[in-house]
Design a protein around this ligand. Structure first.
Ligand SMILES: C[S@@+](CC[C@H](N)C(=O)[O-])C[C@H]1O[C@@H](n2cnc3c(N)ncnc32)[C@H](O)[C@@H]1O
Length: 217
């Protein structure tokens, strides 16, 4: 297991109810094409977050952007259910959770040019060399990111792990069709994205590394 987990959660609603309501999708929904317009009941642009943990980022962003849809993919079911429950309680109608492996979702379920923005914040760094192959950001996955992004769509990655970030940069440098943007270092105490891990690491005085890229063809 990765060294870092978002911590314990208590889901107040029976996950079965969240599934019945269509707010939470099970792993098998990532086995074949996913109709995003049917999932949300409209054709608004879709933002995807990989690994939302307890969901602080995606819930805040969904609240601030009711004109967008948000699909968060989190492979630990209790976290996915927890975030879906929080979204329901907050009355957010533009959030859906899928408890699946992001690699599977991208490879099998998301259509070409179907995603407007992709957020990947504090992905598991798998620091031991023998575990590096488990890292999410590797060439085949970044090729999938390119495929699912719309032209003009953007992907953002933030990590506290310098060596993983060097790998992230290398892989993005080699992916055709994506151009990297300059990401200014945040000056205030809020960091880049305000996720739980970022808050924890900020308090510990860690440095962060960020990359954003746009699909231009
Ligand atoms: C280190 S935590 C970061 C959580 C949150 N983004 C934050 O910054 O507070 C990484 C999260 O990604 C999830 N995760 C890791 N690999 C994943 C994958 N391949 N597919 C879906 N979720 C994944 C983990 O279960 C965990 O919730």
């Amino acid at each position: 297991m990765p060294s870092s987990r978002p911590g314990k959660v208590r889901v107040k609603t029976d996950p079965k109810l969240l599934i019945e309501k269509g707010l939470l999708l099970e792993r098998r929904a990532a086995d074949g094409p996913l109709d995003l317009a049917a999932l949300f009941g409209n054709s608004r642009p879709v933002e995807v977050e990989i690994g939302p943990g307890k969901g602080t980022f995606v819930l805040r962003r969904a609240q601030e952007r009711p004109e967008m849809n948000f699909l968060a993919v989190e492979w630990v079911m209790p976290y996915a259910a927890y975030v879906a429950d929080r979204a329901m309680r907050a009355g957010l109608e533009n959030v859906r959770l899928i408890s699946a492996d992001a690699e599977q979702l991208f490879k099998k379920a998301l259509a070409d040019k179907s995603v407007w923005r992709l957020h990947v914040y504090f992905p598991d760094p798998w620091p031991k060399t023998k575990h590096h192959r488990r890292r999410l950001i590797k060439p085949p996955f970044v090729a999938q990111i390119h495929r699912v992004l719309q032209i003009g769509g953007q992907v953002s990655v933030v990590t506290d792990h310098e060596e993983y970030f060097a790998q992230v940069q290398r892989v993005f440098d080699h992916q055709r069709g994506l151009i990297q943007l300059a990401v200014p270092t945040p000056t205030g105490p809020s960091g880049y994205v305000g996720t739980n891990f970022e808050k924890k690491y900020l308090a510990g005085g860690r440095s962060f590394f960020a990359l954003s890229a746009i699909r231009y063809r």
